[in-house]
Write a protein that binds this ligand. Structure first.
Ligand code: CO
Length: 134
């Protein structure tokens, strides 16, 4: 059911510094910073030949990644994003299998303006999973 690895997301305490690490130290192509108020984050995407890295910095007072950063002050790996052909069909199949979908279960438009959902890490090997409509 899952397709390509769309991106690996890393939460960072300082998006400007993290972008410089990927652009200048690692020599990668990076996007401009994009605020996503509906998700409580600002993102930068790093383009790699086979996938992307999403750098995430908290945005606003009740950012969903604020607690993660409090536990991991230097930042850290936050989630994996897999592409699916039909996000509602994927959700229904996962819910029927007993998996927990975060939030109200309805896809929201994510960083690529495509519908996304998040799945509970306890149901997926301790890893937060984002599904994105391909
Ligand atoms: Co993501």
């Amino acid at each position: 059911m899952i397709g390509k690895l769309n991106h690996v997301a890393i939460v960072v305490p300082d998006l400007t510094a993290a972008t410089a690490v990927y652009r200048d130290t690692l020599g990668a192509k990076v996007s401009a910073a994009t605020p996503l108020p509906a998700h409580g984050v600002t993102t930068v995407f790093v383009s790699l030949p086979n996938t992307k890295i999403e750098l995430l910095e908290p945005l606003g007072d009740d950012s969903p990644i604020a607690a993660f950063l409090a536990r991991n002050p230097s930042g850290g790996m936050h989630h994996l994003c897999y592409e699916v052909d039909d996000i509602r069909a994927a959700r229904d199949r996962l819910v029927a299998a007993g998996a927990r979908v975060l939030g109200n279960g309805e896809p929201k438009n994510g960083a690529h303006d495509r519908p996304v959902l998040f799945l509970h890490p306890k149901d997926f090997c301790g890893t937060l999973i984002e599904l994105e409509q391909a």
